[in-house]
Design a protein around this ligand. Structure first.
Ligand code: AMP
Ligand code: MG
Length: 490
């Protein structure tokens, strides 16, 4: 019998297919009197979920735990991981449940549906504030063309949740081709469960990295090829984070997707003024996950994945060799993004002086604390013919900016490449999910006015479009934005 949720078939989750060592069946804990907070109509359409489905009470109740379709067996998976550089032991889905997979294999996961065997001291819940942040940011990342898990909706309840203050409960319904993390591999490796480790690696290769099976590289070792392939995807993802000014905030190995997707949105932030050392997570007192540390931390995390895969790779030299390409893949991917931002045609191609051009402007942006998003957007308009003053006026050291602009024009001339304003306007967003915008939407949502969440969703899903009626969402942040403190509490 096919299990259905309001007429939509739900297939067993990946973890239940993998077997009992990977998951535990969990009954969600019902949230009373649930309501819709926000729905993602465009993702629903992509997934073939009708408007009627997205409005149905049965679906609402299922997504908040008070109804479980006949035969459905939600699962919580077990994983481990390194948190803030330390081995943290067993973690697992402490507040997430995988419901099932849609016809196209996309998994549906609920975050905030109550305690699981992996909750440790936690209540298994998520608050409205952090659920809205995850919902909006995963869609913002997707809109920016950055690989990410998606969010279908947020559902809420007035059930009280205790954090630093009393808050209300919510659930984010997330979707992803897979929720398998580096931490899943670490779990089975650390516990010497090598049969399960192999089963997991084979599952990931067969379903997502089939090219690793017949890779001539790495002496035909598919697990070394997998490590290389995951490194390449991670390098591309982090390069895009850096280029757009995104800080993840909690790059623990359990928050790293094996598919190279941005995963687990907590204290993330898009930079306002450019500050390479910016720390967005108030809890991260040592700045382990500062903006400029992200590329190296990703490598550190890949090293942990390599260690976890070692029983399968069976050759330390081979494992180290498979990690090596990250060191060139990341800077190459970053420079491609930066050449795109600068409007150079043929952005894949490096040329002399390109790196220095980028470094010089980054130093200037940092020195003069220039708004990162506005700088690139304004530069795109200058390339399209607008007077240069709109960018120049953003700097205190105008002479230094003029010198850079000269260098930039000279490089464009030498490369016989005219700047590509149309391409620039498609890589340098007008709208990013600034922290203060999120805070404003959350403040209204706490009063049951979800209109601002809707507005932000529309803007971040099409961040390169002008949206002339929404100029106020594209300006400099207000002064109070600098005082917002976001921690791991969620
Ligand atoms: P995070 O910092 O959100 O990546 O979570 C790290 C670990 O803590 C994961 O195993 C989560 O499932 C778990 N966790 C976080 N918050 C809660 C909570 N409120 N209840 C239970 N487990 C939680
Ligand atoms: Mg997490």
């Amino acid at each position: 019998m096919t299990i259905q949720l309001h007429g939509v078939p739900l297939h067993p989750t990946q973890f239940s297919v993998l077997g009992d060592a990977f998951q535990t069946r969990v009954v969600p804990q019902a949230l009373p009197a649930p309501y819709w907070v926000c729905r993602n109509a465009s993702l629903a359409r992509e997934l073939g979920l009708s408007d009627e489905w997205m409005r149905s009470h049965e679906v609402l109740e299922t997504l908040t735990g008070s109804h479980v379709p006949v035969g459905l067996q939600p699962t919580a998976s077990v994983y481990s991981g390194h948190q803030f550089g330390q081995w943290a032991g067993q973690l697992g889905d402490g507040r997430a449940l995988s419901l099932g997979a849609l016809e196209n294999g996309v998994e549906l996961q609920l975050k905030g549906t109550g305690r699981t065997p992996y909750s440790r001291g936690g209540d298994g819940r998520a608050v409205l504030r952090s659920s809205i942040r995850e919902f909006l940011c995963s869609e913002a990342m997707h809109g920016l063309g950055i690989a990410t898990t998606r969010a279908l909706c947020v559902t809420g309840s007035d059930a009280p949740i205790y954090r630093e203050t009393l808050e209300s409960a919510a659930v984010v319904t997330r979707t992803s081709p897979s929720f398998i993390r580096f931490g899943h591999f670490e779990h089975f490796s650390h516990n010497n469960m090598h049969a399960e480790l192999k089963q997991l690696a084979d599952f990931v290769i067969d379903n997502f990295y089939s090219e690793c099976r017949d890779s001539a590289n790495y002496a035909g070792n598919p697990y070394a090829a997998l490590l290389d392939a995951v490194s390449q995807r991670t390098a591309k993802m982090v390069a895009k984070w850096q280029a757009v000014g995104f800080c993840h905030g909690v790059m623990n190995t359990d928050n790293m997707s094996i598919l190279g997707l941005t995963l687990d949105y907590g204290p993330f932030q898009f930079l306002d003024a450019f500050n390479p050392a910016h720390i967005c997570n108030h809890t991260d007192s040592l700045g382990r996950y500062a903006y400029n540390k992200q590329p190296n931390v990703a490598y550190w995390n890949l090293f942990c994945l390599g260690q976890a895969l070692l029983p399968l790779i069976e050759d330390q030299e081979l494992a180290l060799a498979a990690l090596e390409p990250y060191k060139t893949a990341f800077p190459a991917a970053l420079m491609t993004q930066m050449r795109k931002k600068l409007g150079f045609a043929d952005p894949e191609k490096a040329f002399e002086g390109d790196r220095q051009l980028v470094e010089t402007i980054q130093n200037l942006l940092a020195q003069d604390k220039v708004d990162y998003t506005l700088f690139w957007r304004n530069l795109s308009h200058v390339a399209a013919g607008k007077p240069v003053d709109s960018v120049r006026d953003m700097f205190i050291d105008r002479a230094a900016f003029d010198a850079w602009m000269l260098q930039y024009s000279e490089l464009l001339r030498q490369q016989i490449r005219r700047p590509q304003p149309n391409l620039m306007l498609k890589i340098n967003p007008k709208y990013v999910l600034r922290n203060y915008l999120g805070e404003q939407a959350i403040a209204k949502a706490k009063l049951k006015d979800f209109s601002e969440v809707e507005t932000l969703l529309k803007l971040v899903q099409a961040p390169f479009d002008e949206h002339p009626d929404s100029e106020r969402y594209a300006g400099l942040p207000p002064d109070w934005a600098a005082d917002i403190e976001i921690s791991c509490s969620s």
